[in-house]
Write a protein that binds this ligand. Structure first.
Ligand code: 87F
Length: 523
């Protein structure tokens, strides 16, 4: 990786390349290697060759900046804009469900954290503490929230008195800190991350159950409709559920390149466990005291990492149009004797027309870079659609479109610009989802025996297996598959179950199978 001085050298080369004129670049193709050399652009590793290195390189253009504290990352505008688009969608949807936003403090007093002792025990090593102010020790150290149950629920207990105070549905958009020690990965596993956490309380279990699935559906939509990433909705096993709750549902994605599952978001029914711990009671219509039923649910900036891993290629990021902060980039392709001003004006007019139609478009009129350099640069940043305007386009009153997802080029008349571009962006969104889905489907392997299981695991498959649903058996599978790359575990039992013929046996225990469950290594 080039340090600051290395970067400067590259800039100088870029400038030279730009001065060489429009022919210096080229839109990829045969001359790719030369282009890289000339412009200092392009990735140094291929996705299939070194996925970890590829991912970190792609993130650096320009989603993430690494920070000087391990496991902490700067979210640059290019990724923050994606987060905000998803936030706008989700926030509006939960408001329709009458969920209200609030903000609770970042700090947790040790007293309440203790209260949750039983199930926080396993998480304790990840809790970060503030122990000093200036040079002096704090009398009582305070914890930084890893999640906000203990912060919020004492106030739920105070605010909820009678059945008229229910349901209480709160959400907060915030950061949380979990001092992870296993290898950090931008977006996927970081010590501080952004999320929304919803915490709701109901008078009945039925209402809580219903909400768990409504929220899960919103998570599916974020992944499938916005990020173009296929996910499986399902139920977590007893081992993998949130220990403090009754049951956990999740959306699970799969990264084909590494053969790892990744939990995309979770929606928990907490039952009455926390109500008991925090004395969250209410008086029902009959005047009797009852405990509330609670849910909690969250999705985080991990979503962005899953999207990058799913769609990126050897040229860099590929952003789904629905979340791209720039959906269309317009690049002038001037030529020696051509009407340069006319081309620039056409670019500006194109951006105006698209912007007015609600399409997020930008022009790149920088005069110190060649068109070829710009093509590579915007490809690397993943902009879904590029429009080029050169002398011939000006003459023919057309523009050239180039899709980022499949490289397809098309000349379209300026008269029907807006409708064409709208249609193209929809097609790109759809195609990205379809391609990702096919790629995932190709990884799914249905197995029935232990040997088939191990074989599929070694082939980095997403394994669908008949399982007896016993905690002990999952622990045993974990122990038997433990290795450098981590043990296999359940990802979820999909709500959509294939048929399970009577007499089907568990692949691991040989006992009667109760359900089909997805297994694999995971992030
Ligand atoms: C790390 C340290 C301390 C996860 C932790 O999923 C506590 C925890 O409770 C912890 N890591 N969890 C589980 C979080 C459960 C739940 N919280 C609200 C969610 C959704 C949002």
């Amino acid at each position: 990786m080039a340090g600051p001085s290395g970067k400067k050298e590259k800039v100088d080369k870029k400038e030279k390349a730009a001065k060489a004129g429009p022919s210096a670049g080229g839109g990829g193709g045969k001359k790719k290697k030369d282009v890289k050399k000339e412009t200092g652009l392009g990735l140094s590793v291929k996705k299939d060759e070194n996925f970890g290195e590829w991912y970190s390189e792609v993130c650096k253009h320009e989603m993430i900046e690494y920070y000087d504290i391990s496991g902490c990352y700067i979210l640059r505008p290019w990724s923050m804009a994606i987060w905000e688009i998803m936030q706008t969608f989700f926030d509006a949807e939960i408001k329709k469900m009458k969920v209200e936003n609030c903000y609770f403090p970042l700090f947790v007093s040790p007293g309440v954290l203790e209260k949750e002792k039983d199930h926080i025990e396993g998480f304790a090593p990840e809790v970060a503490w503030v122990t000093k102010s200036g040079k002096s020790d704090l009398e009582v150290p305070i914890a930084i929230r890893p999640t906000s149950e203990t912060v919020m629920y004492p106030y739920y207990s105070k605010w909820i008195r009678g059945h008229r105070d229910l349901p209480l549905k709160l959400n907060q958009w915030c950061n949380v800190v979990r001092w992870e020690f296993s290898n950090p990965t931008p977006f996927i596993r970081s010590r501080e991350f952004l999320w929304q956490e919803g915490h709701t309380a109901f008078a009945s279990k039925e209402e809580a159950d219903k909400e768990v699935l409504q929220i899960l559906e919103l998570y599916r939509r974020i992944y499938e409709e916005y990020l173009a990433v296929p996910v499986v909705k399902g139920m977590k096993s007893e081992n993998e559920k949130f220990a403090g709750g009754l049951y956990t549902t999740s959306v699970e994605a799969f990264i084909a390149n590494t053969g790892r599952g990744v939990q995309g978001a979770t929606s928990h029914c907490l039952g009455q466990n926390f109500a008991k711990m925090f004395e969250i009671n209410f008086e029902n219509e009959k005047g009797e005291t009852e405990m509330v039923w609670q849910n909690s649910w969250a999705y985080s900036t991990r979503t962005i990492g899953v999207m990058i891993m799913t769609h990126g290629d050897d040229k860099g990021l590929i952003l789904p149009p629905k979340v791209a902060s720039v959906q269309v980039v317009v690049i002038p392709v001037p030529y020696k004797d051509a009407n340069t001003q006319g081309i620039f004006d056409a670019c500006t007019a194109t951006v105006s027309a698209l912007s007015e139609a609600g399409i997020r478009a930008e022009e790149d009129l920088r005069d110190n870079y060649s068109p070829g350099w710009k093509y590579s640069n915007w490809e690397m940043k993943g902009v879904p659609l590029r429009i080029e305007i050169g002398p011939r386009d000006l003459e023919n009153n057309q523009v050239r479109t180039v899709r980022r997802d499949n490289g397809v080029k098309e000349d379209i008349p300026r008269g029907s610009l807006v409708e064409h571009v709208k249609e193209l962006l929809e097609k790109i969104q759809q195609n990205m989802y379809e391609v990702a889905k096919q790629k995932r489907e190709a990884c799914v392997e249905e197995i029935r025996t232990w040997d088939e299981f191990i074989n599929a695991l070694n082939k980095k498959k997403l394994i669908l297996a008949p399982w007896c649903d016993e905690e002990e058996v999952e622990r045993d599978v974990k122990a038997r598959t433990k290795g450098e790359t981590g043990a296999a575990k359940t990802l979820c039992s999909p709500f959509e179950q294939p048929e399970l013929p009577e007499g089907t046996l568990c692949f691991a225990s040989g006992k009667p199978a109760k359900k089909w469950t997805y297994w694999g290594r995971s992030y």
